[in-house]
Design a protein around this ligand. Structure first.
Ligand SMILES: [Zn+2]
Length: 198
């Protein structure tokens, strides 16, 4: 196992990360592997049919879409990424810093005034954008390692905020890492915002 912590990625590294991203979120528990353009149904990568509604299913996330989201993330102030390599790239976690209003505008879209009280000691928050481990490497504590290493790179007292689903494995993980639910979207994906004041 090998861990790399960096604040930027080159083209080749973005390509590898794009592949890993699609693998990770294409399986349980997001199941965003393939989709049917006609009915909108999404499929787990390993269980996707070739066709649905008499049309070929397509990648849930197009390569270009993932590349662009990685590229735009790393243009943000305080971008930091931790990558885990076993045989290949099999885990990642990244995020960036900004004021809570900035993060809210770009990512959260909520009434953040109450959340803001949690982080008054610091002007900048860290938005934990992604954390994922490939299915083959799950259950080995790698997610926790990635999270702890990423947070350890932050300036002291930087509050951290992330969005996830209460049904995700990440939700169980962050609850044992001192995160608290600070907002409930109340949507069908059971999405919440969780924050930790470091
Ligand atoms: Zn369909």
């Amino acid at each position: 196992m090998n861990i790399r912590i960096t604040s930027s990625l080159d083209e080749q590294e973005i390509t590898a990360l794009t592949g890993a991203y699609k693998q990770v979120f294409g399986e349980s528990n997001w199941e965003e592997g393939k989709k049917c353009a006609a009915c909108g149904k999404k499929f787990r990568l390993s269980q996707a049919p070739t066709t649905c509604c008499q049309e070929n299913v397509t990648d849930f996330y197009a390569d270009e879409q993932v590349r662009q989201s990685i590229q735009s993330a790393q243009e943000n102030f305080g971008f930091q990424i931790v990558r885990l390599f076993t045989q290949d790239l099999s885990g990642f976690s990244w995020g960036w810093q900004g004021s809570l209003p900035e993060i809210n505008e770009e990512k959260l879209s909520v009434d953040y005034k109450e959340i803001a009280e949690l982080g008054t000691r610091s002007a900048n928050w860290f938005y934990l954008s992604e954390l994922g481990v490939s299915t083959e490497e799950r259950g080995r504590g790698y997610g926790r390692i990635l999270l702890r290493i990423l947070l350890a790179t932050l300036p002291k007292n930087t509050p951290v905020i992330l969005r996830t689903s209460m049904r995700s494995e990440l939700y169980s993980l962050i609850q044992t890492e001192g995160f608290e639910t600070v907002y409930d979207y109340g949507d069908q994906d059971a999405r919440i915002l969780s924050a930790k004041s470091l």
